[in-house]
Design a protein around this ligand. Structure first.
Ligand SMILES: N=CN[C@@H](CCC(=O)O)C(=O)O
Ligand SMILES: [Zn+2]
Length: 420
């Protein structure tokens, strides 16, 4: 074969292509494509070749990146973050230590509501700067595509401000962002006793959000003291009529039945799912709603009961993992850390974990055809790891294993020389 590439990534010890015809459900998550001694070719920012060194004989390129036997994978996909917010909440750590529950902090006007105050007070420019910093950190940790939710405005103007910030970041930051409108994230103090009126206000924004292409998904926090299953269903049905994909913060703390509702509505994903029932899990498998599990949140809330990933996989659910990066229940941009918690607490195998943070995560945010796989025609979003094999990443924990990140075929992050 005599073909010219823009870039040849050579001497790859192990290439995890994650090539798949679509998302992987249940036991399919145990499979992944590995090429030992591989070469990857990039042309026009897309993957143009993957194969063994022998198969690559004859390929040429103006630029070569010699991986020195390292592991190469697709860029990670983080399908659940709240990466645009004002302020921070380190003062809540002491409350947590005293055993004050997360929902009690919220009830007292803290938690999400304190971030709402800080976000309302911040200018658009400040938020862009702050979120760029977080996105830079995500990129350095191997994340090349992420979902971002609004939801710290809880009024029309601030929700729009958050969505405009995400739009600006979509234009200027290398991490590809998928926007979700989460106006229904909490009940603002102004509507404390009238959450229905508040939901009407947020429903009233859907047309503008659609017209200005400010979000692809609509999400709601269905939880005790926040929105009931009935309110959530009514709100989401409306969002569906406008053509939004649906997402739900479901059964995070109390098992209210959000899982069943998500499946019944054909939501693209239901997220958290710590309290999902057997029936809810079976329905998720049937509806092919992605279960986006957020074990970093369970860990950080100091809880000991995690989402039942094994049961979900046994029942044939499409399982994914995310950081849930936010200033309260999960202040981390580090998907590698989540991979370790998933191994230890959700008892997921390395193969299941890699599917969960690539192919399945991309599917959870409508990017099945663009992200999460290294095969011909896909974005050349690539991570070169300081590791020889994929099992090493969830195993050696609490550090950043990323050596180099390429986005659309260009190096956007490099820790040092690849041979260091
Ligand atoms: N639970 C609701 N929303 C976020 C937390 C937001 C916050 O505490 O600021 C979550 O997914 O965990
Ligand atoms: Zn969340």
């Amino acid at each position: 074969m005599a073909e010219t590439m823009d870039v040849l990534v050579t001497n790859i010890g192990q290439l995890l292509t994650m090539a798949s015809s679509g998302p992987k459900a249940g036991k399919e998550m145990q499979t992944l494509e590995v090429i030992e001694g591989a070469v990857l070719g990039i042309k026009d920012g897309k993957v143009a070749f993957t194969g063994t060194a022998d198969e690559a004989a004859g390929l040429t390129a103006s630029e070569t990146i010699d991986c020195g036997g390292k592991l190469v994978t697709p860029g990670l996909v983080d399908p659940h973050t709240h990466a645009v917010f004002g302020g921070s909440r380190e003062h809540e750590m002491a409350l947590k230590q005293q055993g004050v529950p997360y929902l009690d902090i919220l009830k007292q006007g803290g938690g999400i509501l304190s971030t709402v105050e800080a976000t309302r007070a911040a200018s658009e420019e400040e938020l862009v700067r702050k979120s760029s910093f977080y996105l830079d950190r995500m990129l350095s940790l191997g994340t090349t595509t992420a979902e971002v939710k609004s939801g710290y405005g809880l009024d029309v103007n601030t929700e729009l401000k958050q969505l405009y910030v995400t739009k600006k970041l979509q234009d200027k930051h290398p991490v590809d962002l998928v926007s979700t409108f989460l106006g229904a994230h909490a009940i603002p103090k102004s509507h404390k006793d009238n959450s229905d009126v508040f939901l009407e206000e947020m429903s009233g924004m859907l047309q503008q959000v659609k017209d200005e292409k400010l979000a692809e998904f609509v999400d709601i926090f269905t939880e005790t003291g926040v929105f009931t299953v009935e309110q959530s269903e009514k709100y989401l049905r409306k969002a569906k009529e406008y053509g939004f994909g649906l997402k739900i913060h479901a059964d995070e703390i109390d098992p209210l039945g959000g899982t069943e509702m998500a499946a019944g509505l054909g939501a693209v994903s239901a997220d958290h799912l710590v309290g999902s029932t057997d029936e809810g899990i079976r329905k998720m498998a049937e509806s092919r709603t992605v279960a986006v599990l957020l074990p970093g949140t369970t860990f950080y809330l100091g809880k000991h009961t995690y989402a039942r990933a094994r049961k979900m996989i046994e029942e044939g659910v499409i399982v994914s993992l995310a950081t849930d990066f936010n200033p309260g229940s999960s202040p981390t941009e580090n998907l590698q850390l989540i991979m370790t918690i998933a191994a230890l607490q959700l008892k997921m195998s390395p193969e299941e974990i890699w599917n969960a943070v690539t192919v399945n995560a991309a599917h959870a945010i409508g990017r099945t055809e663009q992200a999460g796989q290294l095969k011909e025609g896909r974005n050349a979003d690539i991570v070169i790891w300081d590791a020889a094999n994929y099992k090493y990443i969830p195993y050696h924990y609490g550090v950043n294993h990323v050596n180099t990140v390429l986005k659309n075929g260009k190096v956007v992050y490099q820790r040092g020389k690849i041979s260091d």
